[in-house]
Design a protein around this ligand. Structure first.
Ligand code: SAM
Length: 270
């Protein structure tokens, strides 16, 4: 029996056992037979079975070789399932032929690096349904001004429309984890107008949040997104554009970060 493989805590192995939650996650992806799904961390296949029934094809990437080897066998080898025994952080998503959807109950110990990696492959992805630790889900979907809003909120919302779908209690898993979970939906969208260099945008957001709860002007001073000799001029430009540099990064909306990036990009001192 599959349960004979003891779970590895170090790989974030908390397996879903609640059939209602499993169906709800899969339903949230609105799959058709035209869809290719990439599942990260299929584990014992709790989601995988239903994904193969609803989608055209499923690529399931599992780091634990014991589970990867078992997966096709456990699910009695659906023809549209490809199990990849490997690391989701280094998988070459860009080389997949068409667009795909991501559905995953992520390993929580690396959920942020995985999301960051997936956003790099954004052109290949149409949507993601992700189960995350509740606090991380709250951060990804937070609005400006709240205590959950930060660097990851801005970066994720730059690439995708992010929505909280539902909470999942600890009891839906075995072994029972220490934290509660939540499922989010990310619909990838066009890069906001006015940003000609997304990497520069990332740098501006990173510099803005580099000093916790400090005024924007203090976080940006001596950062590599502002030429020192233009600092005062640029702070005035921000002010004139409706962004008071005495505000904290935590209060800025996505469109204000976009505007700030545009001003800095035009004055980046090349
Ligand atoms: N999808 C299953 C479920 O819902 O029951 C398992 C989810 S469990 C939270 C996370 C899974 O991700 C585990 O099977 C774990 O082995 C796998 N995993 C951990 N790190 C990984 C990585 N870097 N790449 C791919 N899979 C990974």
């Amino acid at each position: 029996m599959i349960n004979k493989i003891p779970p590895k805590k170090s790989l974030g192995q908390n397996f879903l056992i609640d059939e209602n939650i499993i169906s709800r996650i899969v339903r949230s992806a609105s799959l058709t037979k035209d869809d290719t799904v990439v599942e990260i961390g299929p584990g014992q296949g709790a989601l995988t079975r239903e994904l193969t029934e609803k989608a055209g094809s499923v690529i399931a990437i599992e780091l634990d070789e014991r589970l990867a080897a078992r997966l096709s066998e456990t699910l009695s080898g659906p023809a549209n399932l490809q199990v990849v025994s490997g690391d989701a952080l280094t998988f070459p998503y860009e080389s997949l032929p068409g667009k795909f959807k991501v559905v995953a109950n992520l390993p929580y110990y690396i959920s942020t690096p995985i999301i960051t990696r997936l956003l790099k492959a954004r052109d290949k992805i149409s949507s993601m349904i992700l189960m995350l630790q509740k606090e991380v889900a709250a951060r990804l979907t937070a609005s400006p001004g709240g205590r959950d809003y930060g660097y990851m909120s801005v970066m994720v919302q730059f690439h995708a429309e992010a929505g909280m779908l539902f909470l999942v209690p600890k009891q839906a898993f075995t072994p029972v984890p220490k934290v509660d979970s939540a499922v989010v939906r990310l619909d990838l969208r066009d890069v906001p107008e006015g940003v000609s260099d997304p990497v520069f945008f990332e740098k501006v957001v990173g510099a803005s949040f580099s000093k916790k709860r400090k005024m924007l002007k203090n976080s940006l001073k001596n950062s590599d997104v502002i030429p020192p000799d233009r600092f005062d001029f640029l702070m005035e430009r921000f002010f004139a554009s409706g962004i008071d540099p005495s505000r904290r990064a935590e209060t800025l909306s996505l469109s204000e970060f976009v505007l700030m990036t545009k001003i800095l990009f035009e004055n980046r001192g090349l």
